[in-house]
Ligand binder design. Sequence first.
Ligand SMILES: [Zn+2]
Ligand SMILES: [Zn+2]
Length: 359
Amino acid sequence: MISAALLRGPRDFALTQIPEFELADDQVMIQVAACGICGSDLRYYHGENPWALHTLGISLPNPPNIVLGHEFAGKVVNAGAFPALEGKRVAVMSFKTCGMCESCRSGRENLCRNTVHLGHGAGWGTRQYYPGGIAETCPAWGSHCFELPDAMSFEQAAMLDVVGVGVHAARVAGVRPGASVVVFGAGPIGNAIMQASRAMGASRVFVIDTYDVALDIARTCGATLAIKAGHVEPVSAIREANSGNCSFAFDTVGTADTLHKCIGLLAEGGAIVNMAVHDMEMPLKPLALGSERALRTSCNFLPEEFPLSLSLVLSGQINVEPWITHRFPLSEVEKAFDTALNKERHGAFKVMIHPTSGA
Ligand SMILES: [Zn+2]
Ligand SMILES: [Zn+2]
């Protein structure tokens, strides 16, 4: 038996003893050393299914008994068919695509409808329990484990999933050298987009949030200007600091208000990338997208972007250390979720669980 953070149903969440998962032929067993709590984990907690909304474009219920957590790293304790991985410290890419569908065969693996995703209920068929990273051990695909250089910590490695989402979004937008970028929402995804844009050559990166902790972390991570929404009128403040509109706008909030601010700040030929697709109506004048302005969404990341993210973190081009504000052992996972669910009360940004010492 192993201890695992089990979501039995909406808001029914507890540390529970469950049988250790069996290894499939293509899997290795990871002793989890670090696992981040993601915004998606909180959406699952509330009964939403963000995976289905973003990947399938539909709203679906979740199955019961999901072990949450998909941002994790650890040590290989059973290498199965991958003896070279025995005892290695690894970062885990938490999703596996089918390789056979139209999306997979056209280089859009992130849109594979048959994706099997650790910490998410979808793609596994019907099981008693669905595996995830907030547990003492978790099976992962050998081909999806990346050996960590000594200089990279388990916590940094656990953040590669978040970095990958930011890298993909910046590539979807087409961020290029000299670009100016604005990001609405300075949470971990917004911060990752900001830093990925910088790494791809953006000259100026502006972020807007209401949360002081996120704004301070954005400044530490290299924001040109981090603006407190509600305090300052962000559209004119950014226009002034940028001497005009921005080439790219990222919306990690996804409300009508942030969409309209993105449109208001977008230069001719620019692109808006919506990172938070909600099931709701919002008004949009097609005229606002004249002059070849584009509105897109971005979903997860491509397999090749995981090792790219590892390189960007290892080289220091993307700094994830300031993100981690709270650390908890697995025994305090309920407190950890309370901290993440009430981040402003606790001053939290990224909450990290350490299921085992990982030594
Ligand atoms: Zn995540
Ligand atoms: Zn596929």
